[in-house]
Design a protein around this ligand. Structure first.
Ligand SMILES: Cc1cc2nc3c(=O)[nH]c(=O)nc-3n(C[C@H](O)[C@H](O)[C@H](O)COP(=O)(O)OP(=O)(O)OC[C@H]3O[C@@H](n4cnc5c(N)ncnc54)[C@H](O)[C@@H]3O)c2cc1C
Length: 425
């Protein structure tokens, strides 16, 4: 039997799990990704706050695919822009790749909910380059504030607004709070810690809305200890000329707005049969992750919307869902006559707010404080790809714990970078 060509868009948690578990005697597996590396989104905020270097949370895809468990997989770098479901081809900016079976595992991107020009002015944390950009901007503000004598300008430079108090918002706000508490005095003596304001704005009535109420309460307390000003019930209306305006009329002058308030599925142009539009820009799938309305196309991970009685709005967009869907889909493709519907096993959720401060929900068990923080570190270390990365991250964390500092506060700006417009596709 000739092998079928299985093309996977995205080398994230979902895509790599299909590639790993697909039977390579049945399939020629091709992984296509816009980057040549796999990244670890849960630690983007640590790159943005100079806690970790980008290389320690990224892993080259070619290297990963050369491991024995992926034997037979190939990699192509390119951004898939178009999917032709009739001709069975995907198109990147470089080439057309034919497929017999297509797995879309491209994840999500930022959602600005139609707020005009927002993407031009805010900083986001949905990719490694965005995290690096955020780091540069934070360091830039501190450098500029340290020599600024105009009171109003200085206040704007030192006001950091984070919009969205989900795990990412809470984590980056906590990291900024730690900078204010532990770094400013030592490294920026001309800035008083009280001058730096970190504001976390959330439209809901609590932080970490997807976690338990107990988790939210402890996270809120921990943020307060780090002098983060949490504003609940605040919906942002606009951000222009450095002025954040909320729907209740309140305004805050700030040169740095970090947007963590929404995500939507990565979008593609479809040729041939087109999937029905689904909420959140996701692709609607059945219980076996087959995309509704098109043949031979599956979607898994953050981009897939599988609605059920237990999850009427789809599964949470977290790594465990992506990993488990990747594994289930591979098993179903390997043995179609015995395929099984996807059932999510919730292993719990966690978020960290800073050193010795984290919250963990595992069924009815709720942890907070140091124990939760140790659990958070352990789980994240285990999930990182590559032994070198695990060791580097662990050393960085131990170093940071005892010294309250990191040597990574480097403002690295690309200078005279040769233009590669096709990378921006
Ligand atoms: C800042 C942040 C913090 C998070 N923290 C946690 C956490 O603590 N715990 C948790 O469980 N989950 C967390 N998540 C969610 C978790 O990262 C996602 O649920 C998970 O990454 C989804 O896996 P995926 O494979 O579906 O997508 P991704 O991991 O996003 O992978 C998608 C891949 O597709 C590639 N791609 C995208 N578009 C294209 C294209 N057009 N062409 C080619 N390639 C493309 C991307 O480069 C990427 O490699 C966090 C997410 C973010 C952004």
């Amino acid at each position: 039997m000739p092998r079928k060509k299985l093309v996977i868009i995205g080398g994230g948690f979902a895509g790599l799990n299909v590639a790993k578990h697909a039977d390579k005697t049945l399939y020629d597996v091709v992984v296509v990704d816009r980057n040549n590396y796999h990244s670890f989104p849960p630690l983007y905020y640590q790159v943005a706050s100079s806690g970790l270097e980008p290389a320690s949370i990224s892993f080259p895809l070619r290297r990963e695919l050369s491991r024995r468990c992926y034997h037979g997989c190939t990699f192509r770098m390119g951004t898939v822009c178009r999917i032709d479901t009739t001709g069975h081809k995907v198109y990147t900016q470089f080439e057309a790749i034919g497929y017999d079976i297509l797995v879309v595992a491209a994840g999500t991107t930022n959602n600005f909910f139609g707020i005009k020009d927002l993407e031009k002015h805010v900083f986001t944390l949905k990719s490694t380059p965005e995290a690096i950009r955020c780091r540069n901007e934070i360091l830039d503000r501190l450098e500029r504030a340290s020599i600024c004598e105009d009171t109003e300008k200085r206040r704007r430079l030192l006001t950091f607004v984070v919009v969205g108090a989900g795990p990412t918002g809470v984590e980056i706000a906590g990291a900024l709070g730690e900078m204010k508490r532990f770094v400013l005095k030592r490294e920026y003596p001309s800035i008083q810690p009280s001058e730096m304001r970190v504001i976390l704005a959330e439209g809901n009535d609590r932080v970490l809305r997807t976690m338990s109420r107990t988790g939210s309460v402890h996270a809120h307390k921990a943020l307060a200890q780090l002098m983060v000003d949490v504003k609940l019930g605040k919906t942002m209306k606009s951000y222009s000329d450095g002025m954040v305006t909320f729907s209740d009329g309140e305004t805050i002058a700030s040169d740095t707005l970090i947007w963590t308030a929404g995500i939507r599925g990565v979008s593609f142009e479809f040729g041939g049969d087109v999937p029905e539009p689904a909420p959140g820009g996701r692709l609607k799938v059945d219980d076996f992750n087959a995309v509704e309305g098109v043949n031979d196309v599956f979607a898994i991970g953050d981009i897939a919307l599988m609605q059920s009685d237990a999850y009427p709005n789809g599964h949470p967009q977290v790594a465990q869902v992506a990993i488990q869907q990747g594994r289930r889909l591979a098993a179903n493709l390997n043995n179609p006559s015995a395929r099984l519907p996807f059932v999510y096993r919730d292993k719990g959720s966690m978020a960290t707010i800073g050193r010795n401060r984290a919250v963990v929900d595992m069924g009815r068990t709720h942890l907070h404080g140091r124990l939760a923080w140790l659990a958070w570190m352990f789980v994240h270390l285990l999930s990182l790809l590559g032994m070198r990365n695990k060791v580097v991250v662990l050393i960085n964390w131990i170093w940071g714990y005892f010294t309250f500092s990191s040597g990574l506060r480097l403002l690295l700006r690309p200078d005279r970078y040769p233009l590669r417009s096709y990378w921006d596709k």
